[in-house]
Design a protein around this ligand. Structure first.
Ligand code: F6R
Length: 605
């Protein structure tokens, strides 16, 4: 969370930093700030609010060829001008931008205060700035190294020192820092999206590394001052993927991009000859895969929900017991790691802290873990070392849409791959492949059909509460529908298994509570009809998400979705739920791409 940018070179850093912050704003957007080296020392400008507000208030002569910038998602201290980054020491000699959390900040602050240091903010980052300023040395790199030895927690930092005006020192432990190599200029960012406009050549720092960055190049060492050899990576992002184009919101653009995202995930992976999926990145030959007796999927938020759906798909086709769990819950319960279990870590960004920590825990205990990740070269992808890349393209809106869809496609492929090693026949495999072939176009037609969602949004946007219910896959899909709605529209939405309604939540059903019922034409259709009857008996309004317009029970509205193959039902049914959330948020005047209190890529615990 939060975004870091930096520049050392011959151009004015300010427009480069501001443009970079706009690109990183989806990582945090409660305040923003810049620091530049000027003749008389470091000058800082920062503001609570969006990057555009900070930009609009920049003093005219604010310029310099070395600078750093930050867009914040508050951890220590509420959003305010004073708590915004860069943070500096009391003398104003040091400027620090920081992503992550310093866990022993309170203790260190108390020690510094006892020595007479007066703090100007509530942030953990100021503690770091004061610590660096207090180290007696002529080398900024040594001062940063020494201060970092005193702290515990996670960080990606960029540090400037008025005494070393040609340098920026960066370091990483748990929060990404990437260097972009230019022509006699260097760029720094916490996310490659802020670099692609300037260079394709990048260096990813690893945890425990420090780099001294100057216009002519960089030098990387470890926290113990041992040299590290780094090879540049070529970034795969394309600059125009990062703009909204003709769309009003990234969220809608990304909903529209789903057919292409699915094509990206499927590309080269359908093996018609053997009616199976090719997943070479798993790097697990059939003999190794078949020895797993269980599969456990972990992830956070929507990634975890995709795991619930993936688990059903895998279990259905392969008959290997499979379940999913929140990565955070998993890592904190001292999990039993078994060598006949395959662990699957799901993360769009590949940087989610809890998911990464769970992966490390599995690896430490000797478990086998593969990743389902969108961002190539991200920390989780590298920690897993093998898995399935989504190739869905960059996702900028805070809420996941196209990457959720692509993750489901990756799970269909994994289920097919495993299923065909077990009891799924070639004919059954072929039917799945045929359906996957048709999926992008079917999604495209569904997405184009906006009118009904706009009408439904107008009708229900004033509700204060909504339930999303379903059974099995329908319940997992209900969870995603409820999460999307609450995130973007702030309408309180809760998912429940339809079978559980009568065990409690029915008490809340009334004409004022909307219920969205996921009712596919499957074996549980009749059961879901009964659920609708129960809600209607309490005069609760119902939207049915169904495969048929003619339900044997009266509902207020029906959203009809086509069927390709029952394995793909959740993928097609997902689209109206995304659109409903988006349209309700429009009606309620919400900031859809950057919902309050949230940020993309949760790199703190
Ligand atoms: C919800 C959403 C989040 C993420 C979660 C995990 O719309 O986007 O719940 O799914 O923060 O993020 P990744 O997939 O990057 O690990």
């Amino acid at each position: 969370m939060c975004g870091i940018v930096g520049y050392v070179g011959h151009q004015n850093a300010v427009p480069i930093l501001v443009e970079g912050l706009h690109r990183l704003e989806y990582r945090g957007y409660d305040s923003a700030g810049l620091a530049v080296q000027r003749k008389h020392g470091i000058e800082i400008h920062k503001r609570q609010g969006k990057v555009r507000e900070m930009e609009a208030s920049l003093p005219k002569r604010f310029a310099g060829v070395v600078g750093v910038g930050h867009t914040r998602w508050a951890t220590h201290g509420a959003p305010s001008d004073g708590n915004a980054h860069p943070q500096s020491d009391t003398s104003g000699r040091i400027a620090v931008v920081h992503n992550g959390i310093i866990e022993n900040a309170h203790e260190l602050r108390a020690q510094l205060e006892a020595r007479g240091v007066v703090f100007a903010s509530q942030t953990d980052t100021e503690v770091l700035a004061q610590l660096i300023a207090g180290v007696e040395t002529d080398s900024l790199e040594d001062a940063v190294r020494s201060a970092l030895r005193a702290i515990t927690g996670t960080y990606g930092i960029a540090v400037m020192d008025a005494r070393h005006p040609d340098q920026i020192v960066v370091a990483r432990n748990g929060s990404p820092v990437i260097l972009g190599i230019g022509d006699k200029e260097m760029f720094i960012a916490s996310d490659a999206s802020a670099l692609v406009r300037h260079t394709q050549q990048a260096i990813y720092l690893d945890d425990g590394e420090i780099a001294v960055v100057e216009a002519r190049g960089f030098r990387v060492t470890s926290l113990d001052a041992l040299p590290s050899t780094k090879q540049p990576t070529t970034l795969q992002l394309v600059d125009d993927q990062m703009s909204k184009g003709s769309f009003s919101h990234f969220t809608m653009k990304e909903i529209y991009e789903q057919p292409d995202a699915v094509r990206g995930t499927l590309r080269g992976r359908l093996d018609r000859r053997f009616s199976t999926a090719r997943l070479d990145g798993l790097n697990l030959p059939a003999r190794d895969l078949l020895r797993f007796r269980r599969i456990k999927i972990i992830g956070c938020g929507s990634a975890c929900i995709s795991g619930f759906l993936g688990a059903r798909m895998i279990e259905r086709l392969s008959r290997i017991p499979c379940d999913a769990e929140s990565a955070a819950e998993f890592r904190y319960r001292n999990p039993v790691i078994e060598d006949d279990t395959l662990y699957v870590a799901v993360s769009q960004s590949g940087e989610t802290f809890d998911t990464l920590a769970a992966v490390e825990e599995i690896k430490r205990k000797g478990g086998a873990v593969v990743g389902i990740v969108n961002v190539v070269g991200s920390t989780i992808a590298r920690a897993c070392g093998r898995g399935v890349y989504l190739h869905a393209g960059p996702e900028i809106a805070v809420v996941s849409t196209k990457t959720f869809m692509s993750t489901l496609v990756a799970f269909v492929l994994l289920a097919l791959h495993l299923g065909r090693m077990k009891d799924v026949s070639a004919g059954a495999g072929r039917r799945i492949i045929d359906a996957l072939d048709q999926l992008p176009d079917a999604l495209g037609s569904l997405i184009a059909n906006q009118a009904q969602m706009t009408d439904l949004a107008k009708k229900y946007a004033h509700f204060a509460n909504a339930y999303f219910v379903g059974r099995n896959e329908g319940y997992a899909l209900a969870m995603e529908g409820a999460l999307k709605l609450k995130e973007v529209s702030y309408l309180h939405a809760e998912a429940y298994p339809a079978s559980e309604l009568k065990h409690g939540p029915l008490a809340l059903i009334s004409p004022d509570t909307l219920t969205v019922v996921v009712i596919p034409s499957d074996d549980l259709f009749e059961k879901n009809v009964s659920t609708i009857e129960e809600i209607r008996a309490r005069r609760g309004p119902v939207i049915a998400l169904s495969h048929t317009a003619t339900l044997p029970v009266a509902v207020d509205d029906v959203i009809v979705v086509p069927q390709l193959h029952e394995l793909l039902d959740p993928l097609l049914m997902l689209v109206p739920l995304q659109q409903f959330a988006f349209r309700v948020a429009i009606e309620r005047g919400c900031d859809i791409d950057q919902p309050r209190n949230l940020a993309k890529s949760v790199t703190v615990e």
